[in-house]
Design a protein around this ligand. Structure first.
Ligand code: FE2
Ligand code: FE2
Length: 179
């Protein structure tokens, strides 16, 4: 009755009726859910720290009349906020709870919160944080493999944007004569 590699329809239907309170998480979910929720919460903390750091840099750069750089910081802050929201929604979909607690935020986050002394310093710190995010998202994506394609695709989309952020910042540094 099993057609090749697919589960037969009867089993599929019966399984779906069990534990319907688990919503999107079915018996066929192959990843380790607790681990996935934990790493997604680390990613959430990273995004929140990045929002805070970019916001700080945005307001400080605005104060020293560096309008175009400030706009770049603001755009990144908003995009990191979007990532945080996507990750939090996925955690809930997996039956977990997104951790928004300020307590331990920096410990959970992969990226650091560095205020920076001047404009160039700020851009360099943001670039470092993006490079940390790029490596940690890459690791998460490889860890998930085919076990949780939805989380993996979400993280792949976020990774692509972090790479754009890093490129934007490197370009800014280059135009300012820094390397
Ligand atoms: Fe992000
Ligand atoms: Fe970013």
């Amino acid at each position: 009755m099993a057609k090749g590699f697919l589960t037969d329809i009867k089993t599929l239907r019966a399984r779906a009726r069990k534990h319907i309170e688990k919503g999107a998480v079915t018996e066929g979910y192959r990843a380790d859910r607790d681990t996935v929720i934990r790493i997604l919460n680390e990613a959430l903390a990273t995004e929140i720290v990045c929002v805070l750091r970019y916001k700080r840099h945005y307001f400080m750069a605005s104060g020293i009349n560096a309008t175009s750089v400030a706009q770049e910081f603001l755009q990144h802050a908003n995009e990191e906020q979007g990532h945080a929201d996507q990750i939090a929604a996925r955690i809930v979909q997996l039956g977990g709870e997104p951790n928004f607690s300020p307590e331990g935020l920096l410990t959970r986050s992969h990226a650091e919160y560095v205020e920076g002394e001047d404009l160039v310093d700020m851009i360099k710190e943001d670039l470092v944080a993006e490079r940390i995010a790029i490596d940690s998202y890459g690791e998460m994506i490889r860890y998930l493999g085919n076990d949780d394609p939805t989380s993996r695709r979400m993280l792949e989309g976020i990774l692509a944007m972090e790479e754009e952020h890093a490129e934007d910042l490197a370009t800014l540094l280059a135009t300012m004569g820094e390397k």
